[in-house]
Design a binder for this molecule. Structure first.
Ligand SMILES: Cc1ncc(COP(=O)(O)O)c(C=O)c1O
Length: 416
């Protein structure tokens, strides 16, 4: 067996103390997601304050977690919204956002989605290709409307993140090469059914080196200057999301430093500065609360701790080998033991950690998987007919259920 990885060094921000987590588990069962409103509020305020006097908008990236309670919370804090599908646009509207708060991104928007986006007159439709631009122009013209367009540019910058969540390289499917953007903006300016409102860039997610984000911002600012010189007016620069968090409990990029770099690069443009943070607002604010359902080890084989949560509740480890801290709610005394922490699903990739050093655990013990506020519930599935778990929001010492556990009847309601 390989060497034990170091145990998490930094104290983890938890949405609830051990006693509250036990209460929650007793009340709603496991697995369950538990989010802390206080941590989300603090993260939002930190980003917002870092802009200082610069005109700006924070468009919360709903793809990270689009649960109603979370979306309503960030809206109450003053956020705008970034929707990655028409479903997210509709959820944003139901949470009280107006169309003028919403930017709509997506690498393959359907005609129905574009039609609805035009009818709503969203703040910006972030266009990803010349073909999409043409379809949008015709569709808006047919309706006598003017679509508000931001062009998503691909700056060919390596985000130095996991390849599966890098989006800013020429080899990725996202956006248009930045060197053809000016020509496309001229095309937009020539079409009465389109109005250029912004430049959009998003080079990836879980980015822990801020330099690539800064270079992407600088590239966008250069393009904005070129447009200004060509007499093409826009309203905002949208730098996307991507700032990472410290899943290992180590040092995370400083969100304040990130915003300062954006303001330094773009503050002189005179344009509104927009960002689309997801993970950095909600990732560390949530845990997946789960219970040990089995512990097994045979001679010469690995020791497995089987949880009642699996890749259906947190897909990131299976999807891109992501690391999450895994900790008993009440650690038992005893030496750390290397174990494989796995889910109950019939897929070998349903594994949260290999050779992870855990204190002794027994069947029935409560475990938290940390940093499960982003890209966990949002990526959940009903595979194996597993119901979507409940979600709980804590605020100070209080907590409330914001989503009940899905029932079999809920799940089957669509089928005949
Ligand atoms: C277009 C867009 N904006 C914003 C985000 C949010 O990214 P993150 O959660 O890393 O901040 C994403 C996610 O990848 C995205 O695709």
């Amino acid at each position: 067996m390989s060497a034990l990885p170091p145990t998490a060094a930094a104290p983890a921000a938890s949405p609830a103390d051990a006693a509250t987590l036990e209460q929650i588990a007793a009340s709603v069962g496991t697995p369950a997601y538990v989010y802390g409103a206080d941590a989300i509020t603090a993260a939002y305020r930190q980003l917002d304050a870092a802009f200082g006097d610069a005109p700006h908008a924070i468009h919360y990236a709903m793809k990270a977690n689009s649960s109603l309670a979370i979306v309503r919370l960030v809206r109450a804090l003053g956020s705008a919204a970034d929707a990655n599908s028409m479903g997210e646009v509709e959820v944003a509207l139901r949470c009280g956002f107006t169309p003028s708060d919403i930017v709509f991104t997506g690498v393959g928007k359907s005609a129905v989605e574009l039609e609805r986006a035009v009818a709503l007159d969203l703040l910006a439709i972030n266009v990803e290709s010349p073909g999409e631009l043409e379809r949008l122009a015709r569709l808006a013209a047919d309706r006598g409307a003017v679509a508000r367009v931001a062009l998503r540019v691909n700056p060919d910058i390596d985000a130095q993140s996991h390849p599966h969540i890098s989006t800013g390289l020429k080899s990725n499917k996202f956006g248009v090469p930045i060197d053809v953007a000016a020509a496309l903006f001229r095309e937009i300016a020539s079409r009465p059914s389109l109005k250029a409102v912004g430049i959009h860039v998003h080079i990836g997610s879980q980015i822990t080196a801020l330099d690539p984000l800064e270079r992407a911002a600088e590239a966008v600012v250069r393009l904005a200057a070129e447009l200004r010189d060509a007499g093409i007016a826009i309203e905002h620069l949208d730098f996307g999301g991507g700032v990472g968090i410290a899943y290992d409990g180590g040092v995370a990029p400083d969100p304040t430093d990130y915003v300062r770099r954006i303001v330094r690069a773009a503050g002189g443009s005179g344009l509104k500065l927009a960002i689309e943070p997801g993970r950095v607002l909600v990732g560390a604010a949530g845990v997946l609360l789960t219970r040990v359902v089995d512990v097994k080890q045979f001679a010469g084989a690995r020791r497995f701790v089987v949880l009642d949560a699996g890749m259906t509740e947190l897909m990131r480890p299976a999807l891109y080998g992501a690391f999450h801290r895994i900790e008993p709610v009440r650690p038992r005394a005893g030496a750390l033991v290397p174990v494989d922490v796995v889910g109950p699903i019939c897929e070998s990739t349903d594994t949260f950690a290999r050779d992870r050093a855990l204190p002794p655990v027994e069947v029935g013990d409560l475990i938290v998987i940390r940093d499960s506020g982003a890209y966990a519930a949002a990526m959940g599935s009903n595979y194996l007919r597993r119901p979507l778990p409940p979600e709980v929001l804590t605020e100070g010492p209080a907590w409330r259920v914001t989503r009940r556990r899905q029932t079999l009847d809920d799940m089957l309601a669509l089928e005949s």
